[in-house]
Ligand binder design. Structure first.
Ligand SMILES: Cc1cc2nc3c(=O)[nH]c(=O)nc-3n(C[C@H](O)[C@H](O)[C@H](O)COP(=O)(O)O)c2cc1C
Length: 195
């Protein structure tokens, strides 16, 4: 089982990173984290090449991320709330999902083979609401062929309490991990392939 996690925070030891660590410790299989703030991945420039052809005209490290998306069983979007939305670094990287949108909308192709399960982790200082960020995260997860999304895990009081001390969020992560791990139940035992 493979889980791909997008971290939208630029803070290496911030609140998002703390919750990602807790989730990852509870997941089976391989876990890969894309640090969107330092990944050196450029945003979509709307060149429209993908209206006609698969792939992306920008040749950078997003190529590896496309492979990881394709291979993943689970996708997790984890982000601080910025002005009631997902963070700018996360949106920059995930703007590159436009190639998937264009595959379906213009070329009538499904660009990702394997359907996935998803989860969303959001942290915020305590202003506004996480609703809009969750709606945007769902749009992005659907672009990555995520068909089953766990309810959001939100720690929205980090100005007063670090997310890693938010017991409601931590127990939510445990249930989310069980939801994502359930995929392992459908994997064949070692040595037995599927037809
Ligand atoms: C540019 C910016 C915008 C923010 N906007 C919000 C907001 O709308 N609502 C909120 O509750 N917190 C907001 N915050 C606070 C962060 O969400 C909060 O500090 C969070 O815990 C940071 O997570 P991190 O340590 O993983 O980066 C904002 C922070 C920044 C830097």
């Amino acid at each position: 089982m493979k889980t791909l996690i997008f971290n939208g925070s630029p803070r290496k030891n911030g609140d998002t990173a703390a919750l990602i660590r807790i989730l990852a410790a509870n997941l089976k299989g391989d876990v890969e984290v894309v640090e969107t703030a330092s990944a050196n991945i450029r945003p979509c420039r709307d060149c429209r090449k993908c209206w006609k052809e698969p792939g992306c005209s920008i040749k950078d490290r997003m190529r590896g991320v496309y492979d990881s998306i394709d291979a993943a069983d689970n996708i997790v979007i984890a982000s601080p709330i910025w002005f009631s939305e997902l963070s700018a670094p996360l949106m920059n990287v995930l703007s590159r999902l436009q190639t998937y949108y264009c595959a379906r909308a213009f070329r009538k192709e499904e660009p990702i083979r394997k359907p996935k399960r998803g989860a969303v982790i959001l942290v915020g200082g305590g202003d506004g609401s996480a609703d809009r960020a969750f709606e945007t995260a769902k749009i992005l997860l659907h672009q990555m062929h995520t068909v089953d999304i766990f309810p959001p895990i939100v720690s929205h009081n980090t100005n007063r309490q670090p997310a890693e001390k938010d017991m409601a969020a931590i127990s939510g992560l445990g249930v989310a991990a069980a939801f994502l791990n359930a995929l392992a139940a459908f994997e064949p035992p070692e040595g037995e392939g599927t037809a």
